[in-house]
Design a protein around this ligand. Sequence first.
Ligand code: SAM
Length: 227
Amino acid sequence: MKQSIYDIKGKFEAVTRRIDASDQISERNRQLIFDFCEHRRLQGASNPRLKRLEEPSRSKQREAALSGVPFLSSPPEVAKRMLKLARVGPGDVVYDLGCGDGRILIAAVEGFKAEEAIGYEIRDDVYKKALEEVTKANLQERIRIANSDFFEADLSRPSVITLYVDGLTNGKLKQKLEKEASPGTRIVSHDFPMPGWQPLIEDTFPDHSHTIYLYVVPEAFSRKGVT
Ligand SMILES: C[S@@+](CC[C@H](N)C(=O)[O-])C[C@H]1O[C@@H](n2cnc3c(N)ncnc32)[C@H](O)[C@@H]1O
């Protein structure tokens, strides 16, 4: 069934209402969410009835991520703040799920002395860029990047997980994290809260340009929180 732009807009607004607990979502992120909604509509995944009938296969989901997920970097001051809030230090294993150009991984190892950093990046072009950056920084020994879907990652290993993906993806990831993340893991999300989890810290930049949510496993799961 063909949907009009108004249907898409309606969905877009519903999603932003759900994830935008603080009314501080930036125009850039509205566009990001809109892109996701549009892509999901094309896949039929945004229609719950269709979704029940046909859950997209892994390869379809990978395709969707490849063509529909925008690559948008966290500015350096945001990356630094995320790692600071998570108190990254020696002994930490940091995972960036959707690592973009690898900047968070590099900052974790170089600036915060994390023992190791692992990134997942599904887009080939962005993955190659991340590898280049890691090689340039000469950190190949301590940073590894997988050119694959983070839904296939074992999330029991990291002590810190960083995220900058949309609210719908966070919603799906949440179920995986609740099953797999080890107690004590700190999860930091840039701009998009984990629906239903309670952040230990919600840190908004003074100009309202960015918000960072810090969660701790398992305390974040058991308290009522951001929806
Ligand atoms: C908004 S960017 C964030 C990049 C980086 N984490 C940062 O904060 O600078 C999101 C990245 O996640 C990647 N991505 C989205 N879905 C993915 C998935 N299922 N598996 C692996 N990477 C994914 C995208 O290709 C994109 O580069």
